[in-house]
Design a protein around this ligand. Structure first.
Ligand SMILES: Cc1ncc(COP(=O)(O)O)c(C=O)c1O
Ligand SMILES: [Zn+2]
Length: 421
């Protein structure tokens, strides 16, 4: 049974019933992102941290009673395997920064190797409930790979619009999962607008990040997992989960951080956590529209001409920018910006000190932690979670830039000796 009551506009608070057939609040063009409204009283009566502790399902479907969709069925498919990603105790990462309690949540370990699987699993489930013939998305690469994979898992036709500059591994995933792929000679923002126009023209169901309210509902499960897994790791007392002090996450469109915020608000409303973690948002210096709005104390997001090697967070106009800025402000968090060199450094550090291989946008979260330590934004003794959002296998070119070239030698022991000297 779902506890889905409808939608509320994040800008004007207008409410729409569960049968509303738009994507955004009609009063604001494409910018009125909708929040899904849930019946917390009913959820609280049907499920609790204690009852969930008995669930053998470690995927995001563990949290089905808190999602606005019904059980998707399709047992044994990759759609049922999304989530349940590891939360590592990253002692060496912390020690290097003088921090005592750092954890690393590795969402690169999802079926298509990014956090975006969470959104796509829930959106594909919703699309099937609606009887959609085709699901479409615009993507910098990962959202598309995730939609292609999740749609492929249940034989749902999908169309992906991505910038033609997307890293080859991501494009390969789109093609291999059998989606219809249209590489756009333009940037992500142009692909986004084109996909919305195509969805309208052809009657396709549109998954676009932020635009579709169900994306946040999938991504919020990362926050549930962090608190659920931390509780299990530290043995939280009573019928409660454990909230960290803060969570570091990279921001492009701002939908992942909005998802984390929604998840944490759900848990607060249900009384499952007793404090709200600070959300620490990390943007690339070259793609920092949300950070600039936050620093200026405004919710008006002014587009930038994005330029960063972290392709997944390279966004001119963040499509979920207002909610991203609010997520930070309402949790007393902060935005930090990091350079591409700092992001490359973080790829190396995560690999060497935590054995986690992150793509640039994922590693940006750790680069943000390093910055925040320098700026005195975290306490040495607080529980800190760094969220890696995508696997390094998605962008091997950047990884090789971070690592530098390996030694190449003749096949002789002398050459080994010389190389090791
Ligand atoms: C690996 C990775 N990290 C971070 C982000 C940023 O998420 P959002 O655009 O929701 O802010 C993305 C989005 O594509 C991503 O793929
Ligand atoms: Zn509105």
């Amino acid at each position: 049974m779902t506890h889905f009551l409808g939608y509320r506009c994040s800008l004007c608070a207008a409410e729409y019933g569960p049968d509303f057939d738009g994507y955004v609040c009609p009063r604001h063009g494409d910018s009125g992102n909708l929040d899904v409204v849930l019946d917390y009283a009913a959820i609280g009566r049907s499920v609790s941290p204690s009852s969930l502790a008995d669930s053998a399902d470690l995927s995001l479907w563990r949290y089905l009673p808190l999602l606005p969709v019904g059980d998707p069925g399709c047992q044994g498919t990759p759609l049922r395997a999304v989530g349940g990603t590891p939360l590592y105790r990253a002692e060496r990462l912390g020690q290097g920064l003088g921090l005592g309690d750092v954890w690393l949540k590795d969402d690169g370990r999802n079926p298509t190797a990014s956090l975006k699987d969470r959104a796509s699993a829930v959106v594909v489930t919703r699309a099937r409930e609606l009887g959609a013939q085709v699901v479409v998305t615009a993507s910098t690469g990962n959202a598309g790979a995730a939609l292609a994979g999740m749609a492929g898992a249940v034989a749902q036709p999908a169309v992906i619009f991505a910038p033609e500059t997307a890293p080859p591994a991501k494009v390969a995933q789109l093609l291999i999962f059998g989606a219809r792929v249209l590489l756009v000679r333009g940037n992500y923002d142009q692909a986004f607008d084109l996909s919305v126009a195509a969805a309208r023209e052809f009657g396709w169901y549109c998954r676009n990040t932020g635009y579709n309210a169900f994306t946040v509902e999938g991504k919020k499960t990362a926050a549930y997992e962090i608190c659920d897994q931390l509780a299990r790791a530290v043995g939280a007392p009573g019928n409660r989960w454990a909230a960290p002090g803060c969570i570091f996450v990279s921001v492009g469109d701002g939908n992942i951080i909005s998802g984390l915020h929604k998840g944490l608000k759900d848990l607060t409303a249900l009384g499952w956590i007793d404090r709200m973690p600070r959300l620490m948002a990390v943007q690339a210096e070259g793609s920092a529209a949300c950070a600039q709005a936050w620093a200026a104390g405004t919710e008006t997001i002014t587009p930038v001409a994005a330029n960063t090697l972290a392709d997944s967070i390279s966004v001119d106009l963040p499509r979920d920018g207002v909610r991203a800025v609010r997520a930070v402000r309402e949790t007393a968090g902060a935005f930090v910006t990091v350079s591409d060199d700092e992001i490359l450094g973080a790829i190396s550090t995560l690999g060497r000190e935590a054995a986690v291989f992150a793509e640039p946008a994922g590693a940006a979260a750790h680069a943000g932690l390093v910055r925040a330590v320098r700026q005195g934004l975290v306490r040495a003794d607080e529980t800190i979670v760094v969220l890696n959002t995508g696997s390094g296998l998605k962008d091997v070119k950047s990884a090789m830039r971070a690592a530098g070239p390996p030694a190449r030698i003749e096949p002789t022991l002398e050459a080994v000796n010389a190389a090791l000297a």
